[in-house]
Write a protein that binds this ligand. Structure first.
Ligand code: IPM
Length: 357
């Protein structure tokens, strides 16, 4: 298969982790006779510094011409001042909006080999396997904004059509899993949540084999920690999904492990859920697994399931052998970002022989 991939490394640790994902994709291309081409473009603070804009035209056109986008990370504390108008994050939000990437999928899996890395009890998290479906192009993130010294507001609007799209995707995903879908909202307070409940409940009739439960966000946030195994597919709006998925990283042991796919009608982007972690830039300590697993989601998206499985096997083996960065590692203290990438690359070339050397 020929794939043209736009690579947007972004800020902070983004370039380091993305380099490992590319390494892995190149190894896959070699072993399975695919032709993957990579075109790198600027986004976020890196783009503001060079062009004055967080999402330059050239980046949009590179993405337009690509089959998929591989994204790194975004943000820089330099832009934290509340009055700053041009911000790195606008680059990411602009990409999501420009390419209509409405459905964001975030898997949360408690790896057997990492159960003791979570600050939660092993018996609480063992066996957790959740797919979070987060709506990504609407809600409070994209509503009208107003900011002054005395008053500020962000409008949260949802249209039926926006809810319908992701809801069908989430029900279909649940059909292929444990057949349970949890809608997370705040329908006791928010009108937008009441529309979510109405639309999702109506659509549920088309999927009689899936059981639907509805939970308020405050309760879901607590239950996710107390008993994460009760969840299968979680469906939620933009901001609740952002918060719940970051919370879920506590179950997994490190946010450096959580990957995501953002799917639109004609384009898809793959990105780790972690941020730019500016303090760690170029120290070789950033965990590349989230980026590598995002690349695996990219392969799945194009139906390259054997290829994606091989990448995941490589990740599993690296975790089993403690070939992990310091956020997870207790056994060796010198495993760098690059070393993890190298290990998984070697595994793809020689799955039966790769060990720590
Ligand atoms: C994420 C991030 C982004 C978001 C930020 C960087 C704009 O937190 O992808 O989860 O809030 O969506």
């Amino acid at each position: 298969m020929k794939l043209n991939i736009a690579v947007l490394p972004g800020d902070g640790i983004g370039p380091e982790v993305t380099a490992q994902a590319i390494k892995v994709l190149k190894a896959i291309a070699m072993e399975f006779n695919h032709v993957f081409t990579f075109n790198t473009a600027l986004v976020g603070a890196a783009a503001i510094e060079k062009t004055g804009l967080p999402l330059p035209e050239e980046t949009v056109s590179i993405c337009e011409n690509a089959d998929a986008i591989l994204f790194g990370a975004i943000g820089n504390p330099k832009y934290d001042d509340p009055t700053t108008e041009i911000r790195p994050e606008q680059g990411l939000l602009g990409l999501r909006k420009t390419f209509g990437l409405h459905t964001n999928i975030r898997p949360v899996i408690a790896y057997e080999d990492l159960l003791n890395k979570s600050s939660l009890k092993i018996k609480q998290i063992k066996g957790t396997d959740i797919l979070i479906y987060r709506e990504l192009t609407s809600g409070i993130y994209f509503g009208e904004k107003h900011f002054s010294d005395e008053e500020a507001s962000d409008v949260c609007t949802y249209r039926r059509s926006e809810i319908e799209k992701i809801t069908h995707q989430a029900f279909k995903a649940a059909q292929g899993r444990k057949k349970k879908l949890t809608l997370v909202d705040k329908a006791n307070v928010l009108a937008s949540s009441r529309l979510w409940r109405k639309v999702v409940t109506e659509i549920a009739e088309e999927y009689p084999d899936v059981s639907l439960e509805c939970r308020y966000i405050d309760n879901a946030a607590m239950e996710l920690i107390i008993n994460p195994r009760q969840f299968d597919v979680i469906l939620t709006e933009n901001m609740f999904g952002d918060i719940l998925s970051e919370e879920a990283s506590v179950i997994v042991g490190s946010i450096g492990l959580l990957a995501s796919a953002s799917i639109g009608d004609t384009k898809a982007m793959f990105e780790p859920i972690h941020g730019a972690y500016t303090k760690a830039t170029n120290k070789g300590i950033a965990n590349p697994i989230a980026s590598i697993l995002s690349a695996a989601m990219l392969l799945d998206h194009f139906g390259l399931y054997d290829e994606a499985s091989l990448v995941r096997e490589g990740v599993d083996k690296s975790l089993k052998l403690h070939i992990t960065t310091p956020d997870l590692n207790t056994k060796y203290d010198n495993i760098s970002t690059t070393k993890v990438g190298d290990f998984i690359e070697d595994f793809i070339h020689n799955p039966d022989e790769t060990n720590l050397n």
